[in-house]
Ligand binder design. Structure first.
Ligand code: SAH
Ligand code: SF4
Length: 343
């Protein structure tokens, strides 16, 4: 039995050196995963929440070094779904039993505030929980969407190593990203953040700090995934993150913030067969299957190997159901609001 893990599971806290030590030591991996799984079961149960992901536009004004949607990438065809298409996909999601849809896009004023509000209102009329993931916006814009009915927002910090952040995000401002997260919390969004693991020049200590940052701002959801080198980006030739490090980081997150929602990320599946199922057995309790059509999924090329690009929404959910059955997990019939949100 490992003393640090024991302490982490009972007290839900450790300092940076202790977390770094756990990240360095691969002998503790199976005990870590077991404890994360136990903690997941105790705090959020066996239900898995499904979120229908609608990637409604790949137009982006940012130039994140790792991402296939960066504006300097002229090799992808840009698209934007019409309002009607968005509603249509939300209807498909609803009919397939989803209780939440996630509207995600590159960062751009793809729709103006009025139009975006209208879309959110239309989705709320379908009795769905609505999550937005549109990048950095002003306080007023976040407020307008909250008032229109949006429930949740996803904005990853990506890395808390400021030097690395600066290198990876040209012309972006770390402090502003933190301010955005604070604004979202203040506006009472159920707030999700997260980070990438295995980035070039990222240290284990910096991952420990990422974990502590998410604990400190008390996120309601945390998405953690490996960096995957993407074609037509400056980092294409770099080494990608490995599955175990992403999985360990995620398991530690569960132990630090036991009652939050944690997705088994698509990037985990992209680099490891059955990666999402493994993640669900090491602390995760959410999956975000894609509900948009194949032609759009292919163009929403954040990184290569995103799963399900050759499937319909129906096939995707059937597969998820089959897999969940195999590991004795049930599909939640509720909106799946983070238990942390009420605390
Ligand atoms: N534009 C919005 C939302 C879309 S990007 C935003 O940036 O917040 C969604 C997530 O994809 C990002 O937060 C990032 O962590 C992830 N991502 C982008 N490129 C990636 C890559 N090459 N490997 C792994 N994850 C990546
Ligand atoms: Fe744009 Fe988001 Fe990709 Fe950055 S990570 S380039 S903001 S889509």
């Amino acid at each position: 039995m490992n003393k640090l893990l024991e302490k982490l599971q009972t007290e839900h806290k450790l300092d940076c050196d202790e977390l770094t030590h756990l990240l360095e030591n691969d002998k503790i991996d199976s005990e870590l995963f077991e404890r994360a799984d136990e903690t997941r079961k105790k705090f959020v149960g066996d239900e898995v929440h499904l979120r229908g992901l609608i990637e409604f536009s790949n137009i982006c004004k940012r130039n994140c070094m790792y991402c296939g949607l960066r504006c300097d990438n002229k090799n992808i065809e840009r698209y934007r779904l019409s309002k009607e298409q968005i509603i249509q996909y939300a209807n498909i999601a609803k009919n397939l039993g989803y209780k939440t849809v996630v509207l995600q896009s590159g960062e751009a004023d793809t729709y103006n505030i009025e139009n975006m509000k209208q879309i959110i209102k239309n989705l709320k009329e379908l009795d769905l929980a609505v999550t937005l993931s549109l990048g950095e916006k002003t306080y007023e814009e976040y407020k307008a969407y909250k008032e229109a009915g949006a429930d949740r927002y996803l904005l990853r910090i990506e890395t808390t190593d400021q030097q690395l952040y600066k290198k990876l995000h040209p012309k972006m401002n770390f402090d502003n990203r933190i301010q955005c997260l604070k604004n979202l919390k203040e506006l009472r969004y159920e707030t999700g953040s997260g980070f990438l693991t295995g980035l070039p020049n990222q240290t284990l200590k910096s991952i420990a700090q990422d974990l502590l940052f998410l604990k400190e701002i008390n996120v309601d959801m945390a998405g953690i995934g490996p960096f995957i080198p993407s074609p037509n980006t400056p980092l294409y030739n770099k080494q990608g993150g490995n599955f175990m490090l992403a999985l360990k980081s995620m398991a530690l997150m569960r132990l630090l913030l036991p009652s939050i929602n944690i997705p088994a990320t698509t990037a985990m599946e992209a680099i490891c067969k059955n990666g999402q199922i493994k993640a669900l057995q090491c602390g995760a309790n959410v999956i975000m299957p894609n509900v948009t059509a194949k032609t759009y999924r292919e163009k929403y090329s954040l990184y290569p190997g995103k799963t399900g690009t050759d499937e319909t929404a129906q096939k995707t959910i059937n597969k998820v159901k089959e897999n969940l059955k195999k590991i004795n997990r049930t599909i939640s019939q509720s909106y799946g609001t983070s238990k942390n949100y009420f605390s």
